[in-house]
Design a protein around this ligand. Structure first.
Ligand SMILES: Cc1cc2nc3c(=O)[nH]c(=O)nc-3n(C[C@H](O)[C@H](O)[C@H](O)COP(=O)(O)OP(=O)(O)OC[C@H]3O[C@@H](n4cnc5c(N)ncnc54)[C@H](O)[C@@H]3O)c2cc1C
Length: 478
């Protein structure tokens, strides 16, 4: 996409910079390009932004003061948390003020008995998980980026990840929110209630709004019972059609105990083995497709292992599984998971990569992949499709690596055409062009193309009701 900074379209007079800096303290108001760099560049180098000022508030009161001033002066701001978003939503492209919540890391309360914790938006996802774990509970959101992404960003994107199958996406983990509105007012919706039918659901409106409706500063999150045991296996299968049959068998046998069912083709495994240190080939032979299966049990009595063994035996008898390796220790389970978690990182060294984050009804996954592959081969012969993802959610990360040896820029130029045709195919199955990463800037034009006029009109009205001056993350999503 862009690899050089564009013109600074919003510059701030020195006096205004001083007034913003007075809110957070001068050391947390960054104008120096070197200091700003970590907030303007995303990890894949897909977007390289421009900002007149990066602000690092430490409290809700400071965020409120920033937005009060920004609103009064008509200054555009871009909310940012961990800067791991994959659609450029967190990157300021036109000089907007970046408001990073990374310093807001307080755990306000943990209520293990009531099953909730209230945390600030800058806590990393890994820290949220650890906080829950220390209380003897589970916070089930799990992403490969969990060491860097922050809960404010997870809420902003309604992140998914590998646990959605059993536990739901971010939205399902939230009871209440605290949000600073575009004009600086604070909505205190930090309610720890499972049931609350008092009018429109504002909480769900802010979740997944990608920083376009308000800045989330804290959340009440649900804590779940911690599984007492887990059984993990990597299995080899002949075809993606067999993944569907295997998934149905596993779900029938383990029901809600089935906590992961991740699929990937051989080429993805090749990339991981080639580029991610410490990974090992799981089998003596190579196969067309692989599935990582995890079953969790409430009691430490070996039930999860027995269930998984029984599923694999049945599936092997039916010819669905052609090879399988079951983790015999936590370390072996971690090694298997590393093969899945290293996928994002392993694609970068292979050159240009066109990414789709789509969902279709799960029974349509096999035919979708085969038709999408045909589209890609027609437009760019030799391109290498890498369809992988969260099978049980119908979520296919339909990524495409450039043909070996092709010029990266020439491949990347094909993005709009490939994206358009793949998305048209997705829509023909009643699918979604963004299952979990969001719209940001990457899919903004596509959103306008695939949503109905009625839906777009409603979304625009909501945006202008909550952010009448359009200062929150302009140019993103809508
Ligand atoms: C290796 C890797 C693997 C990943 N795997 C997954 C995956 O499996 N599933 C998945 O869903 N995502 C995945 N992601 C994408 C990313 O980690 C998620 O989208 C994550 O939720 C973003 O969190 P963040 O803190 O980095 O947010 P940022 O990138 O900082 O921001 C993301 C969006 O949220 C908005 N935002 C940030 N903070 C706030 C706030 N306080 N209030 C309101 N809006 C805010 C931003 O404006 C932006 O639009 C992956 C990313 C990487 C790098």
């Amino acid at each position: 996409m862009n690899d050089t900074p564009g013109p600074l379209l919003q510059s701030l007079p020195p006096d205004l910079i001083r007034r913003f800096a007075a809110i957070v303290g001068p050391e947390h108001a960054l104008t120096d390009p070197d200091q700003q760099l970590p907030y303007l560049r995303e990890w894949r180098d897909t977007y390289f932004g421009q900002s007149a000022l990066v602000l690092r508030p430490a409290s809700t009161a400071e965020v409120s003061a920033i937005l009060t001033l920004a609103h009064a002066e008509g200054i555009a701001v871009v909310p940012q948390a961990g800067n791991t978003g994959l659609v450029g939503g967190q990157i300021a492209m036109r000089g907007e003020v970046v408001v990073s919540v990374a310093r807001m890391t307080k755990v306000r309360t943990v209520d293990a008995v009531g099953g909730t914790m209230t945390v600030e938006a800058g806590l990393t996802l890994a820290e949220c998980q650890q906080t829950a774990d220390r209380a003897g509970k589970l916070f089930p959101l799990t992403l490969p980026s969990e060491g860097s992404c922050r809960i404010g960003g997870n809420l902003g994107t309604n992140a998914g990840g590998v646990g959605v199958l059993a536990y739901g996406n971010t939205r399902q983990q939230v009871l209440g929110l605290e949000v600073v509105l575009a004009d600086g007012r604070v909505w205190d919706g930090l309610r720890a209630l499972k049931k609350d039918n008092t009018g429109y659901d504002l909480r769900d409106l802010f979740i997944g709004s990608e920083g376009t409706l308000g800045i989330i500063t804290a959340a009440v999150l649900r804590l779940l019972p911690k599984p007492a045991e887990k059984a993990t296996a990597m299995v080899a299968i002949r075809s993606i059609e067999d993944a569907l049959a295997l998934f149905n068998m596993a779900q029938q046998a383990a029901d809600r105990g089935l906590t992961a069912f991740e699929f990937m083709p051989r080429l993805v495994l090749d990339f991981v083995l080639r580029h991610i240190a410490g990974t090992r080939e799981p089998f003596a032979a190579t196969y067309a497709w692989y599935v990582l299966i995890e079953i969790s049990g409430a009691q430490a009595d070996g039930t999860a292992n027995r269930q998984l063994e029984s599923i694999l035996t049945d599936a092997t008898d039916r010819g669905l599984v052609i090879d399988a390796v079951m983790a015999q220790s936590i370390a072996q389970a971690r090694d298997l998971w590393r093969l899945r978690e290293g996928i994002s990182e392993a694609q970068k060294p292979e050159g240009g990569n066109i990414k789709h984050d789509v969902s279709v009804p799960i029974a349509s996954i096999p035919v979708f992949i085969s038709r999408a592959n045909a589209i890609v081969e027609r437009i760019c012969p030799g391109a290498r499709p890498l369809p992988l993802g969260h099978f049980g959610d119908g979520n296919v990360h339909y990524n495409i690596a450039q043909p070996t040896g092709m010029d990266k820029a020439a491949f990347t130029k094909l993005t709009p055409q490939i994206m358009r045709e793949v998305h048209d195919l997705v829509m023909s199955y009643g699918g979604s062009i963004s299952a979990e990463h969001g719209i940001g800037q990457t899919r903004r034009a596509e959103l306008a193309r695939v949503k109905s006029d009625v839906e777009l009109d409603l979304m625009r009205r909501i945006k202008s009701a909550l952010d009448p001056k359009g200062i929150l993350n302009p140019g993103k999503m809508l």
